[in-house]
Design a protein around this ligand. Structure first.
Ligand SMILES: [Ca+2]
Ligand SMILES: [Ca+2]
Length: 405
């Protein structure tokens, strides 16, 4: 839900814990080199929260796309920005009506960004939208579709690359309770509602990403919009929602969440608990089985933030949000994730999948210029104490698959 209501609450965990069988157990939860946050900008899009953020691969690299959001006086934004790792570019003002809490994901099969819903129509910032839009890198086009999800805001959305579907879950309607827990899929042309036998409880402001290594959409937390925030983790395989954890990050709504496809990790940062009023600044990673807290410091604690993984540069990008004292933010941060231990590691295999390939090269490139974390830093292939271009070249020489260079 868009409106923040802080109320006393009690915590209740529901559901059955089922542990996923994972077929790539070589990467362990032990960290060899810690991750690091870096603030890279404090300008660009105006300060805001409830904005949408997602990565689009385009041209030789690609960029992170930001759309819309709100200030704390319910002034909605309809601007589109792109982040290329160096600068924010104001890319468009035309497009979906100014709004907050849109859901956005990049549809790789169609080669375009897809956006659904959000709160804000001309003259009424609290009316929810039911429209579907596509961003082609230059402009927004409204896709003419009938049916589809009802008008709503703050749904979860992720792109299932294996099944080539945009998955949408739940959300809320301003001033209306309860929140929703319906599951929908967009195939590039039409929305279809799915009717799984079970699903996460009604909620909005979840974190949702697609975990390509496990071929699952991952959903974390959210709020029922009344009295309860959640700390449970679920996965969707296209047919079944399964609760896979009830431990990990504390109960919260609207954390930043992104999937690091090079390191095969879902990254979560911050979020707020509307009942306790606690705003978080912790960083966690999900490996398909369990959550590991990987940082306690970094960006200041915040809620209603957004995060996306920059696949070209191997970093998770965080922008904006709101602090516990209702101060809006416009800072940009990048997370270079930790390196985990492998049960046995071939030189250059940084994500422990027994291949030395483009993913591993991305991991080295994301850390260029950093000092090695120690004598055993697997990114420092020439062991000169620095992660540098020589390491990237050595890794390319070790490549076991085509397309590494
Ligand atoms: Ca690898
Ligand atoms: Ca080196």
């Amino acid at each position: 839900m868009i409106l923040h209501v802080l109320k006393p609450r009690f915590h209740l965990l529901v559901g059955l814990l089922i542990t996923l069988a994972v077929n790539s157990p070589a990467q362990t939860a032990n960290i060899v080199c810690p991750g690091s946050w870096k603030q890279v900008r404090n300008s660009g899009p105006s300060k805001r929260y409830f904005h949408a953020l997602a990565f689009e691969p385009r041209g030789p690299h690609g960029e992170v796309v930001l759309f819309g959001g709100s200030d704390t006086s319910s002034n909605r934004f309809g601007d589109t920005w792109t982040w290329d790792g160096t600068v924010w570019i104001h890319a468009a003002d035309a497009g979906p009506s100014p709004r907050a809490g849109s859901a956005m994901a990049y549809d790789s099969a169609q080669g375009r960004m897809v956006l659904f819903g959000g709160a804000g129509v001309p003259g009424n910032p609290n009316q929810d939208n039911q429209d579907t839009w596509a961003w082609n890198g230059t402009k927004w086009t409204e896709l003419a579709v009938g049916g589809g999800p009802t008008a709503r805001n703050t749904s979860g959305m992720a792109y299932d690359g294996m099944r080539k579907k945009v998955v949408l879950f739940g959300g809320g309607v301003v001033f209306v309770r309860p929140e929703l827990n319906d599951t929908w899929e967009w195939d590039g042309a039409a929305w279809s509602q799915r009717f799984p036998v079970s699903a996460p409880s009604v909620r909005s402001e979840v974190g949702m990403v697609y975990d390509g290594a496990h071929a699952r959409t991952v959903l974390f937390g959210g709020t029922d919009g009344i009295s309860q925030d959640f700390g449970d983790t679920w996965t969707w395989d296209g047919a079944v929602w399964t609760q896979v954890a009830d431990t990990g990050p504390s109960a919260r709504r609207h954390a930043g969440m992104a999937y690091d496809s090079a390191r095969h990790r879902t990254v979560l940062f911050g979020g707020a608990n509307g009942s306790t009023g606690v705003f978080s600044g912790d960083t966690w990673e999900w490996d398909g089985v369990r959550w590991t807290q990987v940082a306690t410091t970094g960006p200041p604690p915040r809620g209603a933030t957004a995060m996306a993984y920059d696949k070209a540069r191997g970093k998770s990008v965080l922008f904006g949000g709101v602090t516990e004292s209702s101060v809006l933010l416009q800072d940009t941060w990048e997370w270079t994730g930790p390196i985990y231990a492998c049960s046995s590691r071939a030189a250059g295999d940084l994500n422990c999948d027994r291949e030395v390939d483009r993913e591993d090269l991305t991991i080295v490139e994301s850390a260029l210029g950093l000092p090695a974390c120690g004598a055993g830093d697997p990114r420092d292939l020439n062991q000169d104490g620095k992660i540098n271009a020589q390491d990237a070249q050595l890794l390319v020489n070790n490549c076991t698959t085509l397309g590494c260079k």
